[in-house]
Design a protein around this ligand. Structure first.
Ligand code: CA
Length: 237
C-alpha cells in the first residue's frame, strides 16, 4: 500500500495541536501541509489536491462548517473533522455536509493514524467502485458478493431479509464512514427520520448483528456511533 506517501492538509489554528498532528503524520511517512485559517486553506486548495484533509471546526476567520461546504463544492477528498465540541449535533451536521469522519479533542496518535488510514482506504475503494470492479467486498471474515446478492461470514452463507440486505449494502458502499440516522432512513425507506423510523432502524440493525456478528453485544462490523448513526468498520488486514 502506498498510502504512507499520501499528502495530508491540516487546517487548524491552535499551534500546539497543529504541530502535534504534523509531527505524528510526518514521522509516519505522510507528506504534510499545514495552514491556520480558512483563507489560507482555500488558497492552498486552489493549487493542491491533498489525499485527505483534517479540518478544525473552530477557525478564526470562518466557521469550519462553511469551509467544509466550500471544500465539498469542488473536491471529493476525504475530510476528517477535528473538533473540541463533543456535541452530537455538530458531528451530525458535519457528516451531513460531506465530512467523512470526525475526531474529538483530545485524541492520541494511534486514533489519529487509524482514522487517516481508514479515510484513505475509503477513497481508494470508492475509486475502485467507480471503475465498476467492486462486485465483492471482503472485510475481515465478512464477504459481500453484490453480484450474487450473497453474504458470507467465515465462508458460511448468511440469510438476510431484503431490508437488512439493503442496509448492509448501504453501509458497505460507504465502508469506514459514519452514516447518520437521517441519511440511512431516507435512503432505505425514503421517509424522514423520527422516533418511529429510528426504532425501525435499530430493530433491523440488531437483526443484522445477530446474524453476522460473533458477539452481537460487542459488534466487530456494524458499529454504533451514539446519537449520530452507524458505520461498517473497515477491518485492517
Ligand atoms: Ca480552533
Amino acid at each position: 500500500m502506498n498510502s504512507n506517501k499520501a499528502q495530508i492538509l491540516i487546517i487548524e489554528d491552535e499551534t500546539t495541536i497543529q504541530t502535534f498532528i504534523s509531527t505524528i503524520l510526518s514521522s509516519s511517512g505522510y507528506r504534510v501541509l499545514s495552514v491556520s485559517d480558512a483563507s489560507e486553506a482555500l488558497a492552498i486548495l486552489s493549487t493542491h489536491v491533498p489525499d485527505a484533509i483534517l479540518l478544525d471546526l473552530g477557525l478564526p476567520d470562518m466557521d469550519g462548517m462553511d469551509l467544509l461546504r466550500k471544500i465539498r463544492e469542488k473536491l471529493t477528498t476525504p475530510v476528517i473533522i477535528i473538533s473540541a465540541r463533543s456535541f452530537e449535533k455538530d458531528k451530525v451536521e458535519a457528516l451531513d455536509n460531506g465530512a467523512d469522519d470526525y475526531i474529538t479533542k483530545p485524541f492520541g496518535s494511534a486514533e489519529l493514524l487509524a482514522r487517516i488510514r481508514t479515510a484513505l482506504r475509503h477513497s481508494n475503494r470508492i475509486m475502485t467502485k467507480d471503475t465498476g470492479s467492486m462486485n465483492i467486498l471482503k472485510n475481515g471474515d465478512l464477504t459481500i458478493d453484490f453480484e450474487n446478492r450473497q453474504i458470507l461470514v467465515s465462508g458460511k452463507e448468511i440469510h438476510l431479509t431484503q431490508i437488512e440486505y439493503k442496509l448492509l449494502c448501504l453501509l458497505a458502499k460507504y465502508i469506514g464512514k459514519v452514516l447518520t440516522y437521517d441519511f440511512i432512513i431516507s435512503n432505505i425507506w425514503n421517509i424522514s427520520s423520527d422516533k418511529n423510523s429510528q426504532q425501525l432502524l435499530r430493530v433491523n440493525m440488531a437483526n443484522i448483528r445477530r446474524k453476522i456478528e460473533e458477539n452481537p453485544g460487542k459488534p466487530k462490523y456494524v458499529l454504533t456511533e451514539v446519537g449520530v448513526g452507524y458505520r461498517l468498520a473497515d477491518i485492517e488486514q
